[in-house]
Write a protein that binds this ligand. Structure first.
Ligand code: ADP
Ligand code: NA
Length: 338
């Protein structure tokens, strides 16, 4: 069948930043707006993933609401896309358990993100089982809806490969085509890096708030964060991510933000901008980013006040997602003997 199901998720662990938007969320909206009528789109606020790190309960509840308002503000339409909080559909956790009985601990231990975490910590006492096994939950998220296509950033490609392996392994053991191995849609935008440490990716959890631009930042805050972004003392403007990560990140941001940018590559953009001072380049970048964020922020400010709409969207999304999940769960449980 030609019918497509698109699934993706974001952790409600803070207001999404420019990296989330350019690297992931913008593609979600693009896929929605280009989708043919036989495409199902499912986007989840993955709160069960958020608690792999300890969260303040009040703060998490607030973030969940804000993240939902943001998904609407960027242009997701709940009439078209199913938008829901992961924990409102318990079948995600249920399928995770069943897949856990299938998943290889050796394979999980070789995941880059887990290896990075174990390298940071002294001994495994403090490391939690949920952090180790969360790729199994990610696999369940995707497989439970029979997703055929999963748009993610580069950092998630390995986890999607794992989801495919689990699906194929399950099908081999229990019979053909119960689970659908999904295709990965890698975001066209590069990783957006931190403004204060351009060797690291822009992230929600970095302690320095000046390292990221939030989709809620007012114009003057955006301008001041970009103004204080770390660059270097070279006079020219060139695109060399390894040697000049700061300037190159600004060019990436400009390149991916500007609807009006007509150059074919970041190198061509650098050549076009060469001769400008770093200060002038930053002003150009800030203007492009402000144009992207301002309308999103304005819609967000209205939506986040509208408790009734947010509640209705979450309830309706959870209902639809539960129906979608139930189809797979019925087949899986029958196959396993539950
Ligand atoms: P974060 O890493 O900021 O907590 P999530 O893990 O919730 O964000 O990721 C949500 C989506 O945003 C994922 O598809 C991820 O690949 C993408 N993403 C996160 N950070 C960046 C970044 N700095 N640049 C590009 N894409 C990103
Ligand atoms: Na991430």
């Amino acid at each position: 069948p030609s019918a497509k199901t698109i699934f993706s998720g974001i952790q409600p662990t803070g207001v999404p930043h420019l990296g989330n938007y350019l690297g992931a969320l913008r593609q979600w909206v693009g896929l929605q707006n280009e989708a043919s009528s036989d495409t199902t789109l499912i986007y989840s606020l993955v709160d069960l993933h958020a608690i792999t790190i300890r969260q303040d309960p009040k703060q998490l509840r607030q973030w969940k609401k804000e993240s939902l308002a943001m998904l609407l503000a960027i242009g997701l339409n709940p009439q078209r896309s199913i938008i829901f909080h992961q924990s409102d559909v318990p079948a995600h956790a249920e399928l995770m358990w069943i897949l856990s009985c299938q998943a290889s601990t050796g394979y999980l231990g070789r995941m880059t993100q887990w290896k990075d975490k174990t390298a940071e910590k002294d001994g495994s006492e403090k490391l939690k089982l949920g952090l180790f096994s969360y790729p199994v939950l990610q696999a369940a998220d995707v497989l439970i809806h029979g997703a055929t296509h999963v748009p993610v950033g580069h950092d998630q490609a390995q986890h999607l490969e794992f989801a495919r392996q689990i699906a194929n392994g399950f099908n081999e053991v229990y019979g053909e085509a119960i689970l659908t191995p999904p295709e990965t849609l890698i975001s066209p935008a590069k990783r957006i890096m931190s403004l204060t440490e351009p060797e690291r990716k822009m992230s929600k959890s970095h302690p320095n708030p000046k390292s990221r631009i939030l989709l809620t930042d007012p114009d003057d805050v955006i301008r001041s964060k970009i103004k204080s972004a770390i660059t270097d003392s070279h006079k020219s403007i060139t695109y060399e991510p390894a040697r000049r990560p700061g300037v190159s990140n600004l060019l990436d941001i400009f390149y991916h933000s500007g609807e009006s940018v007509e150059t074919e590559s970041q190198e061509a953009l650098a050549a076009h901008m060469d001769g400008l001072s770093m200060r002038a380049l930053k002003e150009e970048v800030a203007m492009a980013v402000i144009e992207v964020i301002r309308p999103i922020r304005e819609r967000y400010e209205r939506l986040v006040q509208d408790e009734a709409t947010l509640k209705a969207v979450a309830e309706e999304g959870a209902e639809k997602a539960a129906i979608s999940a139930a189809v797979t769960m019925r087949h899986v449980k029958r196959a396993v003997g539950l």
